[in-house]
Design a protein around this ligand. Structure first.
Ligand SMILES: *Cc1c(COP(=O)(O)O)cnc(C)c1O
Length: 222
């Protein structure tokens, strides 16, 4: 039951940790059910799907997060209303978000995706790349975006030691970056990590935003 899972998770979360209910591939009806259980923050990973649900559910006043890989040419669809973009992995993408945000007269909070998992994926900055990106400082000139923290995914494995290490590395980078680059700003405060199978570990390791789909909504309907 969607409402029971939502309640169960809310009860287990320490204060300061928020739940993003990942509703991708699930119908608006499922979102309404979660809404009825008190959930207000939802995550989607396809721009057109988000666009459609945003329109269908406009009267609910939901907080929409974009959580997956975002293609540059899709930014324009979500820029007018998206609350947080979780997975910025290039300057090119951040520039486009900035441009579209300014067009909408907005400042869009964004997280940098940090690649910490022990697996090949093309997405995310390595810690070295992320540090360089922050040092170069082009982001400081962009008035339509705000770097609000870090997002990371752990290795897809049953080895909980490995998962903990990955989250720990993300947390360490988050703390260092906050100290080195964001001391004068209070925007840099979100650490988005933890999914259905690993969120307990992520919360242990300092997550502030967990992104949960399957545990709440069941298997995705393709
Ligand atoms: C789909 C997705 C999730 C949710 O995953 P579950 O295992 O269903 O909880 C979280 N984060 C990202 C980036 C996703 O794409």
């Amino acid at each position: 039951m969607i409402s029971e899972e939502i309640q169960r998770i809310h009860e287990a979360l320490p204060s300061g940790v928020r739940l993003v209910a990942v509703s991708k591939y699930h119908p608006s009806e499922a979102i309404r059910e979660a809404y009825a259980a008190g959930q207000r923050v939802f995550g989607e990973s396809h721009a057109q799907e988000l666009q459609r649900k945003h329109q269908e559910l406009a009267n609910l006043g939901l907080e929409w997060h974009f959580i997956g890989h975002l293609q540059t040419n899709k930014v324009k669809y979500i820029a007018p209303y998206v609350h947080l973009i979780h997975a910025v992995d290039s300057l090119h993408l951040l520039s486009e978000i900035n441009k579209q945000a300014l067009k909408s007269g907005r400042i869009i909070p964004c997280l940098l995706q940090l690649h910490v998992a022990q697996e090949e994926t093309k997405f995310g900055f390595t810690p070295d790349e992320a540090r360089l990106f922050l040092e170069e400082g082009v982001w400081r000139t962009m008035k339509g975006v705000e770097i609000a923290g870090i997002m990371a995914m752990a290795t897809n494995t049953d080895n909980t030691f490995r998962i903990r290490e990955d989250f720990h590395q993300a947390r360490r980078f988050f703390e260092e970056a906050r100290k080195d680059f964001f001391q004068e700003s209070n925007h840099f405060r979100e650490l988005s990590m933890g999914m259905s199978d690993d969120w307990h570990i992520a919360v242990d390791e300092g997550s502030t935003l967990i992104r949960i789909g399957t545990q709440i909504f069941g298997q995705r309907q393709y």
